[in-house]
Design a protein around this ligand. Structure first.
Ligand SMILES: C[S@@+](CC[C@H](N)C(=O)[O-])C[C@H]1O[C@@H](n2cnc3c(N)ncnc32)[C@H](O)[C@@H]1O
Length: 231
């Protein structure tokens, strides 16, 4: 943002935390993160979201085992909700920059008997093969990236052609701005996110709202499908 007053120009630019700073912040949050998600209703909201997507038949189904990559898995709340609602035979690859969040994710996925592997990596350079997942999912991670297109392109690269990417992001509104103030993330509106997803090679984009509750005020979801041919 830039303003000009007479002969003076004032500009304000967002500064994002570095990957090291962010992983340190999330390492410290790992102890309480999962419990807070539950208390604030996000774990429930994630299950409701998967149920509503299941009802629309947009998600891959009727396979014995699905291979899913959760980018920015945190403590695995979004993945657990997926496996519990869509398919318990899901095999999850959980990617995160925070080792402590990954340790908790590993423990909780083990407890729930969900096959998984964890991968400490930055989503911008995923050490995963092209076209290897039936779906990629990601909740509240994209808003941490200074260049979301780079992360989106990586997520699309590892999707099988025609497979879905399901994103949950913080929305541009008052509750989102409070979250942004604390965590140093950004917020999205629907138009911005659609345009980024389209640019990254996703088609048939759809917007999904959370049911009434805190998640409805802070977040929204979008689903898009990888074009059959590589972009
Ligand atoms: C707001 S938390 C969301 C965690 C989980 N998806 C959930 O809904 O509870 C964001 C997560 O993304 C991870 N993250 C942030 N930037 C990342 C990046 N560039 N690559 C991979 N993970 C990242 C953080 O470490 C953190 O665990």
């Amino acid at each position: 943002m830039e303003w000009t007053f007479g002969w003076w120009q004032v500009s304000v630019q967002r500064v994002y935390p570095t990957t090291t700073e962010l992983s340190k912040t999330y390492n410290q949050a790992a102890n309480w993160w999962h419990q807070h998600l539950r208390l604030l209703g996000y774990s429930h909201a994630y299950r409701e979201l998967w149920q509503s997507l299941k009802n629309t038949n947009l998600l891959p189904h009727s396979k014995d085992s699905l291979t899913i990559c959760d980018c920015g898995i945190g403590t695995a709340a979004f993945s657990l909700a997926f496996a519990q609602t869509i398919n318990p035979a899901t095999e999850i690859t959980g990617v995160d920059i925070s080792s402590e969040m990954l340790n908790t994710a590993h423990r909780l996925l083990n407890q729930a008997k969900i096959r998984h592997q964890i991968c400490q990596s930055d989503v911008k350079i995923l050490p995963l093969a092209d076209e290897s997942f039936d779906a990629v999912i990601s909740a509240h991670m994209l808003e941490h990236l200074a260049d979301p297109t780079q992360g989106l392109r990586e997520m699309v690269r590892i999707l099988r052609p025609g497979a879905p990417l399901i994103l949950v992001v913080t929305c541009s509104a008052l509750p989102g701005w409070f979250i942004q103030w604390h965590w140093g993330n950004r917020c999205f509106n629907r138009k911005e996110l659609f345009s980024l997803m389209h640019e990254a090679g996703l088609i048939r984009l759809q917007f999904v709202l959370f049911p009434i509750g805190l998640a409805h005020l802070t977040s929204f979801a979008c689903i898009g499908f990888r074009r059959d041919a590589c972009f």
